[in-house]
Design a protein around this ligand. Structure first.
Ligand SMILES: C[S@@+](CC[C@H](N)C(=O)[O-])C[C@H]1O[C@@H](n2cnc3c(N)ncnc32)[C@H](O)[C@@H]1O
Length: 260
């Protein structure tokens, strides 16, 4: 298959041409119920989920970003149904991560502002790569740890604290015009990823030269970020209009065509 390419077709067609155990990492957000009509395209969730499982390597991770539509006053539950279906197919639900928007669209009516979407972190077996994002601990150096002994007495133990710790599984991003990306052209697509979200997830679950796939490429965010992070990449996008946007957006970053 040709890499550094967005295939303008249903992702099922692209995946059918992929060999088994081909991809190191998948990051994507599918169409959410019928919240947006992406030029009228629908998608066959279960077939796609099964193909994804087949084409991912053992230990590969997939980040599936999704939220529910509210229909007749009730959230659809599609996100949960998809997560459970992935498990049924053979994926591990490795971690239910949260994509927290610092500045969501304000919500009217009797619901709180909708601050988050799910980032289901699914793996085929145990993740083969984990480069955790870390942050500084408040205190570091030697510390007196207190514990209780068998008779309830206080025990002291000197332990060395490290200066860095893993961050939590809620990732916060500011979103919107000029923030999610500086590429103006991307905003011709109605639902783009913040580039930093893709960057954090690619860093966490891949190494340089790994092969990244986005089956719903939209404006090309995954392609751009993967390219800048020296990962190989491939994508599918069913809408010709969005492929054109993505190709214009990433042209300046994509230097070489890679083949396998
Ligand atoms: C939520 S958007 C993805 C946006 C993308 N993450 C970005 O940063 O621009 C979902 C995309 O999936 C595309 N799509 C819908 N059904 C598809 C299918 N079966 N195969 C490939 N793409 C599809 C839509 O046209 C839409 O652009």
């Amino acid at each position: 298959m040709e890499l550094s390419t967005i295939y303008n077709e249903n992702c099922l067609e692209t995946m059918k041409r992929m060999p088994d155990c081909f991809l190191d990492f998948v990051i994507t957000s599918p169409p959410y119920d019928d919240i947006r009509n992406y030029n009228g395209f629908t998608f066959e969730f279960e077939d796609i989920a099964r193909q994804l499982f087949r084409v991912m390597k053992e230990g590969a991770v997939m980040i599936w970003v999704v939220a529910d539509a509210t229909i007749n006053g009730c959230e659809s539950g599609t996100s949960f149904k998809q997560a459970l279906k992935f498990i049924e197919i053979g994926f591990r639900l490795h971690d239910t991560m949260i994509y927290y928007k610092n500045n969501p669209m304000p919500q009217t009516g009797n619901r709180y502002h909708q601050h988050f979407e799910y980032m289901f972190c699914l793996s085929k077996g145990s993740p083969k790569t984990f480069n955790p994002i870390t942050e500084k601990t408040k205190y570091n150096g030697l510390a007196n740890m207190k514990n209780r002994g068998k008779r309830g007495e206080l025990l002291y133990e000197k332990i060395e604290r490290t200066s860095e710790k893993k961050v939590g599984n809620v990732f916060c991003y500011s979103v919107g015009g000029g923030i999610s990306t500086k590429d103006k052209i991307a905003y011709n697509h109605p639902a783009i990823f913040p580039e930093n979200l893709v960057k954090d997830q690619i860093k966490s679950w891949t190494n340089e030269a790994d092969l990244v796939y986005d089956p719903f490429m939209g404006s090309g965010t995954t392609a751009k970020v993967a390219q800048l992070m020296n990962r190989r990449w491939i994508g599918s996008e069913i809408s010709t209009q969005y492929v054109e946007i993505a190709e214009q957006r990433i042209a300046q970053y994509v230097l070489d065509d890679l083949f396998v």
